[in-house]
Ligand binder design. Structure first.
Ligand SMILES: *Cc1c(COP(=O)(O)O)cnc(C)c1O
Length: 513
């Protein structure tokens, strides 16, 4: 018998801690809906085994394919800033990719291996750089004049700062459409428009200046452009152009070679929700169809609305997504491309340290978001429509909204039920708050729990308080145990930073005559 296909089922991997048992969704050894009973709704839930398993899987896959030197995994902290999850990664010896001074403070508090912390970001302040040098972390240089400031600060501290240059390469070979836009724009243009990375025209000179500095050591190169495309084709093309740039720099710098070669992140998450909210064919459908939709008003309101009613399911419908490559497939493609191209460029790879900074691909499937149904609402006129109103909001999934995510979802206690209800899953803020447009799900009632999957990366870390809604708690499941790792906000938290003077308060309390 073929296994039933639902949003949870996927190509079997070494670690998948979500399972369906008797129609119920389980996270490790806990039924998901029980967690809502215990900790409340909405709720972010994470799996410790999934987190550790994903890290091991990255290490093993890349370690096996890169015998030339050590492999470091530096998970992108911004994807998930929960300190308890980060502590587990630090305990496992993982490094970290961080951006802000505040993120640096966060990862340092977890006992991370400082030699494996990469501090990214443009416009770093003197104070921040001082902390970096004193902490002994790697500084990934983003600005042309940053190296001068690092030299000054390191000299003051009597230390040597270890830096890498964050490169920007041209990738005209990547002609497919970037997933970072709902418009049809080639990846190459997407990469060029992105602010990060030092433009190639400055790199050669910067390197020469660093070599002449007494308190700065260039230990490697860094390259990150993000998740433009989930395919192996993308990675082969990207690594080819990166390797060529490395070769160019190596020749310009008298045969210098990077001791650390950082390839950044951007690998897809297993149930990859990125830019799936509106398939591109649908974009074309609306762009091309808009004049027709508007023009149809001439046929009279009734006909116009009847046409719209028929069109809506086509505009909001699902398409069956292709499974992205596995970590093992990515490791094989990335390392073989680097090996081929760097060797062609004349570089000796022996002992070269390969570093990767997975964000979404490391955290994505470690987390789900649980929410209860508040109401099922319908209309039949002028066009038929239905909504499942949830007790959460897309403001709690803000990172995903910005990336046009379409999260797979299941009804937690009826995973394999007949998908007879067509409705939008919407949040309870006063915005349109469309979480999943055109969902098909088993009939649900008030109180039922829905699980939005693949919310482990960028969601909890980007949640905001629109409508003064307090942000939800996060729970970490480990086997049969579940413990809170971040409490829900309280009403007091929501207004904690507001400043109302005592005088103004008194005036309200005692209105004048
Ligand atoms: C955001 C970021 C990452 C992680 O990107 P993902 O697409 O989540 O893998 C890695 N490195 C740097 C420098 C980043 O800014």
């Amino acid at each position: 018998m073929p296994k039933p296909r639902n949003a949870v089922t996927r190509r079997p991997g070494p670690a998948d801690t979500l399972s369906v048992r008797d129609g119920r969704l389980w996270v490790e050894e806990r039924p998901a809906s029980d967690l809502v009973e215990e900790f409340g709704s909405p709720l972010f839930v994470f799996s410790e085994a999934q987190l550790r398993g994903n890290l091991h899987r990255f290490r093993n896959a890349f370690g096996a394919e890169w015998p030339e030197g050590p492999v470091d995994v530096l998970p992108a902290f911004k994807a998930n800033t929960l300190l308890e999850l980060r502590r587990i990664l630090s305990e496992e010896g993982a490094g970290a990719d961080i951006y802000s001074p505040e993120e640096l403070a966060g990862v340092l508090s977890t006992g991370v291996d400082r030699e494996r912390v990469s501090v990214n970001g443009g416009g770093k302040s003197r104070e921040h750089l001082r902390t970096c040098v004193a902490a002994g972390v790697r500084i990934t240089v983003e600005d042309v004049d940053e190296i001068d400031l690092i030299q000054e600060v390191a000299a003051e501290l009597g230390d040597v700062a270890k830096v890498r240059l964050r490169c920007k390469a041209a990738v005209p070979n990547l002609w497919r459409r970037t997933d970072f836009s709902q418009l049809s724009v080639p990846i190459d243009l997407g990469v060029q428009v992105y602010k990060s990375g030092i433009p190639r025209e400055y790199l050669v000179d910067m390197g020469r200046r660093v070599f002449a500095m007494s308190n700065v050591e260039l230990v490697g190169l860094h390259f990150h452009v993000g998740r433009h495309h989930p395919s192996l084709w993308f990675w082969e093309g990207l690594m080819t152009r990166y390797a060529r740039l490395v070769g160019e720099l190596s020749r310009a710098w008298d045969g210098w070679r990077p001791a650390e070669l950082d390839i950044g992140g951007g690998m897809p998450s297993p149930r990859d929700p990125h830019n799936e909210e509106m398939a591109r064919s649908e974009f074309l459908l609306t762009a091309a169809g808009y004049p027709l939709m508007v023009g149809a008003r001439r046929l009279g309101e009734e006909t116009y609305h009847r046409m719209m009613g028929r069109l809506v399911p086509a505009l909001t419908g699902h398409r069956v997504r292709k499974e992205p490559p596995t970590i093992e497939e990515l490791a094989a493609t990335i390392t073989s491309t680097l090996r081929r191209e760097l060797t062609r460029e004349g570089l000796d790879l022996q002992g070269m340290r390969l570093q990767l900074e997975p964000g979404r691909s490391l955290y994505g499937d470690t987390g789900i978001h649980l929410t209860r149904v508040k109401k099922v609402k319908r209309q039949s006129e002028p066009i038929p429509y239905a909504w499942v109103l949830l007790d959460t909001t897309y403001f709690f999934l803000a990172g995903g909204v910005l990336e046009h995510n379409r999260h797979p979802f299941v009804v937690a206690d009826d995973v394999d039920g007949p998908a007879s209800l067509a409705a939008d899953l919407v949040g309870h803020s006063c915005f349109a708050d469309q979480i999943v447009l055109g969902a098909h799900l088993p009939p649900v009632r008030t109180g039922d729990v829905i699980a939005l999957l693949e919310t482990g990366a960028y969601q909890e870390s980007s949640a905001s308080n629109f409508n003064a809604l307090p942000r939800p708690a996060s729970v970490l499941v480990s086997g049969t145990q579940a413990r809170m790792v971040k409490r829900a906000e309280t009403l007091a938290d929501v207004y904690a930073r507001d400043v109302v003077t005592e005088e103004a308060r008194e005036r309200v309390a005692a209105p004048g005559p």
